[in-house]
Design a protein around this ligand. Structure first.
Ligand SMILES: Nc1ncnc2c1ncn2[C@@H]1O[C@H](COP(=O)(O)OP(=O)(O)O)[C@@H](O)[C@H]1O
Length: 201
């Protein structure tokens, strides 16, 4: 695992994580794993577990880390052999999730934090919901506010603990300007990993 990069993608709902992840996947061919998508797949399967997850997700709270981490870990193990790198999107959402990920899966090489004002995030989510044909149960104003509150409660502790490997990016700018900064950070990680691998030969 240590030869391929693991990148955490942090930021509140509507900060533009998904847009940047799509651009990263296009450029670098990394495997994109979104905790929200993995959980929504479980909900869509109609299982008992899915129903319980849905109840929590519709309140804007966090589901148990055991559930999220095992979904992530299974997905990582499945594509480990063929992956060029992992983008872990929407995780960690609280400090302890980060600690457990690094203990049970692997250390993260970089965390990209897309920093955005709450007003912008609310506007973006509502605009996305209005334009989308697939309705997300949690894209109503009440749940959006709750999701923002969950985010507000937990994020500073994550940023403090992982300060040394976190790059904070102003996500209020143009998509391409943001991506330029993302590319610089990822190129730097790839270079460091190559140098480390070369030193081991
Ligand atoms: N790492 C996680 N830990 C716990 N719950 C999570 C995690 N990731 C996603 N969820 C649950 O799934 C919901 C939707 O997640 P996501 O699609 O990432 O939404 P958002 O747009 O709010 O970032 C969250 O509100 C939360 O209930």
């Amino acid at each position: 695992m240590s030869e391929i990069p693991i990148i955490w993608i942090l930021g509140g709902p509507g900060c533009g994580k998904g847009t940047q992840c799509a651009k990263i996947v296009e450029k670098y061919g990394f495997t994109h794993l979104s905790s929200g998508d993995l959980l929504r797949n479980e909900v869509a399967s109609g299982s008992d577990k899915g129903r319980k997850l849905q109840e929590i997700m519709s309140t804007g709270g966090l589901v148990s880390n055991d559930e999220v981490l095992s979904l992530l870990n299974d997905a990582i193990v499945r594509s480990k052999g063929s992956s060029k790198g992992f983008l872990i999107d929407g995780y960690p959402r609280e400090k302890n999730q980060g600690v457990e990920f690094e203990t049970r899966v692997a250390p993260a090489d970089l965390a990209l934090y897309f920093d955005c004002s709450e007003d912008t995030m609310v506007q973006r989510i509502l605009a996305r919901a209005a334009a989308s044909s697939v309705k997300r149960e949690d894209d109503n104003e009440k749940t959006i506010r709750a999701r923002l509150q969950t985010f507000r409660q937990n994020t500073n502790a994550i940023l403090e603990l992982y300060d040394a490997k976190t790059l904070t990016i102003n996500a209020e700018r143009d998509v391409d300007d943001i991506f330029l900064e993302v590319v610089q950070a990822i190129d730097c990680v790839l270079k460091k990993k190559q140098q480390k691998a070369a030193a081991q030969c």
